[in-house]
Design a protein around this ligand. Structure first.
Ligand code: SF4
Ligand code: MG
Length: 325
């Protein structure tokens, strides 16, 4: 079957200049990423902040254009699709519902905005749709006249989910949808997302820096490091026996909580690298506890495994085949 969402060799390169007279440098935010998501599946995309996850989300939402490669929905290249049609099929749920909800608008206005932008229905049917979707996400109809500041973090995230779902999308891009929430509220929102997926047959790309968060929701997991997918596997496969040393480190939570601080990891020995000057060979080699002599000079190639794909020299000797896009 054709995957509902597919990325083929997608790269995104930014040219940046740090200071007025500095020379231009290129930053490869996404580096040759190929991924497929089956209809009704949940692909967890995991990696530290700055690895390219959010850039990938923006590409899928049409907010950024890939430098090379293509995005396909139901086998059709997205570039060829009308932007308005695309918005009806893919909707985002972002990390911080507070900054993504207009504080001056009522909840009813916020949730119905996509319908008004796309000219779907009249005022009465939009009002009815808002009431229905509030009920679906577990909010009482009376919040229609409330403002975001009057709601809790969990309620605001329910509003953001309602706004995404009112367009009846097929694919929802969830970018750290629970990381701004208290732990107890996080699980309620994750449960809600799981129920909505089953009820409406939704397909999710679920982006998180936290592997544990994706465990209960995802069907497959892709692990990203400096713009590359270093391992992709089923959830069971990855959580039972992560094979890539970086996936193992993420699972053991030995990484610094905020790599932007540039603090070396106590167990990995080095901080997250600067994406403008990625390490030679395998980008992970300065932090890898299992690095081989060739790792600092030769980049590993993606290999197909029984359960997905991996790129790491530890597996070069296995009967793994070079991965095709
Ligand atoms: Fe570690 Fe080498 Fe594998 Fe990179 S290729 S993850 S440095 S063992
Ligand atoms: Mg991000």
């Amino acid at each position: 079957t054709t995957p509902v969402l597919e990325l083929r060799n997608v790269s995104k390169v930014y040219t940046i200049r740090q200071g007025l007279f500095a020379e231009r440098k290129s930053l490869r935010a996404i580096d040759d990423v190929s991924l497929k998501v089956e209809r009704g599946g949940v692909l967890g995309l995991v990696g530290e902040s700055g690895c390219g996850k959010s850039t990938l989300a923006k590409i899928l939402l049409g907010l950024e254009t890939p430098t090379t490669g293509e995005v396909l929905i139901d086998g059709e290249p997205v570039g060829a699709q009308d932007r308005r049609k695309l918005a009806r099929r893919i909707q985002p749920i972002f990390q911080d519902p507070y900054s993504s909800l207009n504080p001056r608008k009522s909840i009813a206005d916020i949730i119905s905005l996509p319908l008004r932008v796309h000219g779907i229905g009249d005022a009465a049917s939009q009002d009815k749709a808002v009431r229905e979707i509030l009920d679906i996400v577990g909010l009482p109809a009376r919040v229609m006249n409330s403002y975001p500041s009057q709601m809790s973090g969990g309620q605001r995230q329910r509003v953001a989910i309602a706004r995404a779902l009112i367009m009846k999308p097929e694919i929802v891009i969830c970018d750290e949808p629970t990381s701004a929430l208290d732990v107890s509220v996080q699980s309620q929102i994750l449960n809600l997302l799981g129920e909505l997926r089953r009820e409406f047959g939704l397909t999710y790309l679920f982006i998180s820096h936290n592997l544990a968060v994706v465990e209960h929701l995802a069907t497959r997991v892709a692990v990203m490091y400096l713009g590359r997918i270093v391992e992709e596997a089923s959830v069971a496969g990855l959580f039972d026996h992560a094979r890539h040393p970086y996936s193992q480190a993420l699972l053991e939570s030995v990484l610094t909580p905020d790599p932007a601080l540039g603090v070396p990891d106590t167990q990995l020995g080095a901080a997250y690298p600067n994406p403008i000057a990625p390490p030679s060979g395998c980008h992970f080699h300065p932090r890898c506890p299992k690095a081989l002599p060739q790792c600092s000079s030769v980049a590993p190639r993606p290999l197909t495994t029984a359960d997905g794909r991996i790129e790491c020299h530890l597996f070069d000797e296995e009967k793994a085949e070079p991965a095709t896009a």
